[in-house]
Design a protein. Structure first.
Length: 192
């Protein structure tokens, strides 16, 4: 059997003039630059035999996935497994979040208050991987998601500890892709 391939794409740049941490807040769309980013990535996808496209349910990912689906002439599907991190900090000014919270956002004290844990994010992303393996064995699938869930899955695939340093060194830019190749024994990152 051929390997299954999942091409994870982070949504395009978000229109965020208020500069807040939007997390799962509604109505955060991609910007004009985000549209350009996703269209460039869609052109790169033409070299792959993509058979399905999945998206997180949030607006920015649905818009990004729709641009890709139109380019590849495929129907977009929604998967809540691909959604953004459940954050107790959404709505916070972005500058404050980055300076005070971001490096320690997954600390136990925040998880106890309701912030989604690294383990839970990893579990749902692995659940999505297993769903793709089951529904699309040996095929290539696109999954439009968010930065943290994708980089957490990357750490799992590389059997590395997810930390602030790992995140900073491996974070996916908006509109960029990460390719996960899955065989019977394991899965590995092919490209970024």
């Amino acid at each position: 059997m051929e390997n299954t391939r999942i091409i994870f794409i982070r949504h395009g740049q978000v229109h965020n003039p208020s500069r807040i941490l939007y997390a799962r807040l509604p109505r955060f769309r991609i910007s004009g630059n985000g549209i350009r980013e996703v269209r460039e990535t869609a052109l790169q996808l033409a070299k792959f035999p993509v058979t399905a496209i999945y998206s997180s349910p949030l607006l920015r990912t649905r818009q990004s996935a729709k641009l890709i689906a139109e380019k590849l002439n495929l129907q977009m599907r929604i998967s809540p497994l691909l959604t953004e991190v459940g954050s107790i900090f959404q709505g916070m000014p972005l500058d404050r979040y980055k300076s005070e919270i971001q490096p320690k956002q997954y600390h136990n004290r925040y998880v106890k208050k309701g912030h989604e844990s690294i383990a839970d994010i990893g579990k749902r992303m692995l659940k999505f991987v297993n769903l793709v393996i089951k529904k699309h064995p040996g095929k290539t699938v696109v999954a439009v998601s968010h930065g943290d869930p994708i980089v957490i899955l990357k750490a799992i695939s590389e059997k590395k500890h997810f930390s602030w340093a790992y995140k900073k060194n491996n974070y996916l830019g908006s509109g960029k892709m990460l390719i996960l190749e899955i065989n019977k024994e394991n899965f590995k990152i092919l490209d970024q």
